[in-house]
Ligand binder design. Structure first.
Ligand SMILES: Nc1ncnc2c1ncn2[C@@H]1O[C@H](COP(=O)(O)OP(=O)(O)OP(=O)(O)O)[C@@H](O)[C@H]1O
Ligand SMILES: [Mg+2]
Length: 353
């Protein structure tokens, strides 16, 4: 029998649980001429929510990860490339008549995939207008869905890029934009700050943890050896705190432990030990790469401090910047309090301190 848990890539269908409210809301936005802004920490399920929602809608999607974009020109090139991946050049030609700065398109001789380049030194506003109006044309018959992932990177890619994009996007009628991001503070700055060009550009949907009641049922259905109400799902969830990715990862390992037929007892603990051991090298390297303040802050959190700012051994400004750094690198999540994102890393620190 196949392991019924899945982690790492997008989950759909039988691997997908809950998010009913978010799915319905997103579907409504996509059925109207509006845009959605999804904010949620790394690996909380943003891409899966979009995939599951769009699956039945039969809409064309162009998706760009802004983390991979190094300049405004690269953004234009990537949009062209994504477009040519779906539309053969000969058929796409009529949608390109408006383009003022024509890109060079070559096809990889082995894979056949398109490679697009724009001459260096081109006017960035013009190339972006050209590329985005290609998308607008492509959405003439049915609105196109354009997903820009890790959208907060727009602030780092090029000065004024947010203004240029906003001025282009606000004229468009044939596109539903889904702008996603995992850096909550930056995303809020972009969409909720009055002076920002993207102020109130779309409806903001926050992606949180999956409620324990849904996740419990999902896990119990897939670990029948234990039977309902045996407490295994709660043991898993209390360790992962309902984090979607780590819950699936731990459940996967628990299922595997049970399949080994070495007994039901301590299956969760054995699974946790296995995962921590298999990540020992990465965790050591991660820990070694951190400066002293980061380590101090993490140790405080591991040892039960909810509020590392109250530490008296370091200036509060130093702690504040360490917390900010740790959140922005995804090691901490900030909700009502700061938490270590990865529960296995948390336990690794606890055991090794
Ligand atoms: N609705 C869900 N039901 C069950 N598991 C889920 C769900 N959403 C996410 N997961 C789990 O979390 C993992 C990460 O999901 P996904 O890649 O969609 O998140 P993301 O927020 O887009 O992540 P990233 O920040 O890496 O882009 C999935 O592989 C799956 O294990
Ligand atoms: Mg994603």
């Amino acid at each position: 029998m196949e392991n019924p848990f899945k982690f790492g890539s997008i989950v759909e269908d039988e691997y997908f649980t809950d998010r009913k409210v978010e799915r319905e809301y997103l579907a409504q936005i996509l059925a109207s001429p509006n845009h959605a802004v999804l904010i949620g920490p790394r690996r909380f399920g943003k891409s899966s929510l979009v995939a599951e929602t769009l699956k039945h809608m039969n809409r064309e999607i162009i998706s760009v990860n802004m983390q991979m974009i190094t300049s405004p020109e690269k953004l234009a090139e990537t949009i062209y490339r994504k477009y040519f991946e779906k539309h053969p050049l000969d058929k796409a030609w009529h949608n390109l008549s408006h383009v003022r700065i024509v890109p060079t398109v070559a096809f990889d001789s082995v894979t056949g995939s398109p490679q697009v380049t724009l001459l260096p030194g081109v006017n960035r506003q013009v190339v972006l207008e050209d590329a985005f109006s290609l998308l607008e044309k492509a959405g003439q018959e049915e609105r196109l869905v354009v997903v820009l992932d890790e959208f907060q990177e727009v602030m780092k890619i090029g000065e004024g890029l947010d203004k240029i994009l906003r001025s282009i996007m606000q004229e468009q009628k044939n596109i539903n934009y889904i702008l996603m991001g995992s850096q909550e503070d930056m995303m809020k700055n972009i969409f909720l700050r009055k002076k920002s060009p993207f102020y109130h550009f779309g409806s903001v949907v926050h992606i949180g943890r999956i409620p324990a009641s849904d996740f419990r049922e999902y896990i119990e259905d897939r670990l029948p050896l234990y039977g309902r109400g045996a407490g295994i799902a709660d043991r898993i969830l209390s360790f992962t705190n309902c984090h979607p990715y780590y819950t699936q990862q731990l459940s996967f390992q628990v299922w595997f432990e049970l399949a080994k037929n070495t007994g039901k007892d301590n299956a969760v603990e054995r699974a946790i030990d296995f995962i921590i051991q298999s990540h020992d090298f990465d965790y050591s390297r991660l820990w070694e790469s951190m400066n002293k303040t980061n380590k101090t802050v993490l140790l405080k959190l591991v040892n039960g401090s909810n509020s590392p700012m109250e530490d008296k051994t370091l200036p509060s400004s130093t702690i504040y910047s360490a917390l900010k750094r740790l959140v922005s690198s995804g090691i901490l999540i900030k909700n009502s309090k700061y938490e270590i994102d990865d529960p296995f890393f948390r336990l690794w620190i606890m055991r090794n301190q």
